[in-house]
Design a protein around this ligand. Structure first.
Ligand code: SAM
Length: 290
């Protein structure tokens, strides 16, 4: 093992996403040797440090104080300190604090050293069996139903080649999100749900979105951390949005986001890339038929 002293600078260190053995020898050496570890949650990181007998001082740095903390730590780095940044799990900066630190250090000419390791999105992708040549990391979708649906429709419209979409999702929203995917890409769209990876209850559900949704909905409870992968085939613009009538989308936006009819129609026109008058005419046509 390398026992050279660590160079001064900022170390972005990946930590396990469940199984504490998933950490590299280099990550352990860096965590042991830096002057301080900036943690998203010091209590969470302490479990990892205790497991490996690491006593390096920690300091909290989460999404609410990352900018302020980074100013303070940048000052220490300018004075020649060696500081590690870790998140609760996985790679810092990926749906987690870390980016602001890296940007601030680079702006000050401070070396930034990545220490690679676990990442939930890539771990799920490589075991999914879906296309790994082309994939898009989406992270978390908006939590509100209307905005989430809009985001998915936007993804369907902009997906030109077959690609795997990689999303983070919460257990209490997964069934609704699968229902949205079903209406945007159709019931046969292939998906993979990677749950509790590297932990005791690790589970991969693979299949058509409709069948996975029904399987989950039948469970007494849905728990754990999960990554959702979607085999997103290109859909025609008409299909991507045509699955929802203007009337249905209008009602959805009025209910979920409290928009007036005028504002909702403006939004729908923007979503579909057509003029407001076209959407208005379409609405009149739909109303005439119902
Ligand atoms: N920075 C982390 C990374 O590199 O993996 C991601 C942090 S993000 C706040 C947390 C999300 O990652 C969870 O909501 C879940 O979607 C996913 N995740 C983390 N650990 C997981 C695991 N063991 N199994 C499945 N998904 C996991």
């Amino acid at each position: 093992m390398n026992d050279e002293p660590l160079a001064p600078g900022l170390y972005i260190v990946a930590t396990p996403i469940g199984n504490l053995e998933d950490i590299t020898l280099r990550a352990l050496r860096v965590l042991r040797s830096v002057d301080r570890i900036a943690c998203e949650d010091t209590r969470q990181t302490r479990k990892l440090l205790d497991r490996y007998g690491i006593t390096t001082p920690t300091i909290s740095s989460h999404e609410h104080n990352e900018a302020e903390r980074s100013r303070q730590l940048i000052q220490e780095l300018k004075n020649g300190a060696r500081i590690a940044v870790v998140s609760d799990a996985g790679t810092p900066g990926i749906s987690d604090p870390g980016m602001i630190f890296a940007q601030a250090a680079i702006a000050e000419g401070i070396p930034v050293f990545p220490i690679p390791g676990a990442n939930a999105a890539l771990t799920a992708l490589v075991a999914s069996g879906l296309n790994t040549d082309h994939f898009s990391f989406i992270g978390f979708l908006p939590p509100k139903a209307g905005a989430r649906r809009t985001a998915l429709e936007g993804l369907a419209r902009t997906t030109a080649d077959p690609t795997t979409l990689v999303l983070h999702e919460a257990p209490h929203r997964i069934v609704e999100t699968l229902a949205d995917i079903e209406s945007v890409w159709g019931p046969d769209c292939r998906i993979v749900l990677a749950r509790e990876m590297t932990k005791v209850h690790e589970e991969f559900l693979r299949g058509a979105v409709q069948s996975v949704r029904e399987q989950l909905a039948a469970r007494a409870s849905i728990r754990g951390e999960m990554v959702l992968l979607v085999d997103a085939k290109p859909v025609s613009a008409e299909l991507a949005v045509g699955s929802t009538s203007v009337q249905a989308r209008l009602a959805e936006l009025q209910k979920s986001e409290g928009l007036t009819e005028k504002d909702a129609l403006k939004r729908i026109a923007r979503e579909r890339g057509v003029s407001k008058s076209e959407i208005w005419r379409e609405l009149q046509r739909e109303r005439a038929w119902t």
